[in-house]
Design a protein around this ligand. Structure first.
Ligand SMILES: C[S@@+](CC[C@H](N)C(=O)[O-])C[C@H]1O[C@@H](n2cnc3c(N)ncnc32)[C@H](O)[C@@H]1O
Length: 271
């Protein structure tokens, strides 16, 4: 390990245009993990980039900064809600997770809140991607305050500009879910926590982390979802695999499951 310089590895990874927006402490965490597995610097760099692609880059392959900037400019100026939703639907196409959900958004929250049994006053969305922009799709009279956490500084900055303009009580924070879990910090100030397609992504970073996260969430309801198809559109038994994974999680409360389009949902209600 003598010839390995972690700082050099960090600088090489962050200098790539693909990863320049990623939360630096997350990159450091992934480097530390890879240093335990590989002895040569080039192998560590390869492993770190491959992990970052798996947990981040793969979701934004069709992302275009110029298209995003131009849509955001229009979204900020648009005061007509229905026209703004049309623009936001275009924006959703820039992240594969929200792209797969575009057809669901019109009824998304009414269906989920219905099954939750109440309208939450506050929602925390962990690893939210572009989902902050779905606040415009909340049912008309609902005043839910949305807080999101994401590693991508570009998405955090743009979503916050949208919130400042149209939903001033909501906010996105740049952060790594693992920081909360490792500090054993209980999250109790939110009515509901959303983990939309998040658990498979964090399990790729550390096996068993989902259970620790669930244990830290002291909210009334946790909404978990999983993709029913892979990013390339193949089913590959994903519904049965993720149903098995979800069942393996320890949780004391009632869980309701349903499939909407290409997404498998579990609403976990605390007793
Ligand atoms: C599968 S996508 C889900 C996005 C969003 N929840 C949705 O369903 O639309 C995973 C997202 O998690 C983010 N991410 C990955 N690891 C993270 C971590 N440790 N902490 C916070 N966000 C993370 C990625 O940048 C990516 O946007």
């Amino acid at each position: 390990m003598a010839d390995i310089n972690p700082e050099n590895i960090f600088n090489q990874v962050i200098s790539s245009s693909k990863y320049k927006f990623v939360y630096p402490p997350l990159i450091e965490r992934i480097i530390l993990g890879s240093l335990k597995k590989f002895k040569k610097e080039k192998d560590v760099i390869k492993a770190v980039k491959s992990k970052l692609h798996q947990i981040y880059g793969a979701y934004t392959e069709s992302f275009s900064i110029s298209k995003f900037e131009s849509l955001i400019a229009k979204i900020l100026e648009e005061t007509n809600l229905e026209q703004r939703k049309t623009l936001i639907n275009e924006l959703f196409l820039q992240h594969s997770s929200s792209k797969e959900r575009v057809n669901l958004y019109p009824d998304f929250y009414s269906k989920i809140f219905d099954l939750m049994g109440f309208t939450p006053g506050s929602v925390l969305d962990l690893a939210c991607g572009l989902n902050g922009f779905s606040v415009d799709f909340l049912p008309n009279d609902c005043k839910t305050k949305f807080t999101g956490v994401e590693i991508d500084s570009f998405l955090v900055e743009k979503t916050n500009r949208y919130f400042e303009k149209h939903h001033s009580r909501s906010k996105l924070l740049q952060g790594d879910i693992f920081e909360n879990v490792k500090q054993n910090g209980e999250i109790s100030e939110f009515d509901a926590v959303f983990l939309l397609k998040t658990l498979p992504c964090i399990e790729q970073q550390e096996k068993g982390i989902s259970q620790k996260l669930i244990d830290n969430l002291n909210c009334r309801v946790i909404v978990v979802s999983y993709p029913a198809k892979s990013l390339t559109g193949k089913e590959k038994g994903m519904v049965s695999n993720y149903t098995g994974f979800q069942k393996s999680l320890h949780f004391s409360g009632e869980t309701v499951s349903f499939l909407m389009d290409n997404e498998l949902f579990f609403i976990m209600k605390r007793e």
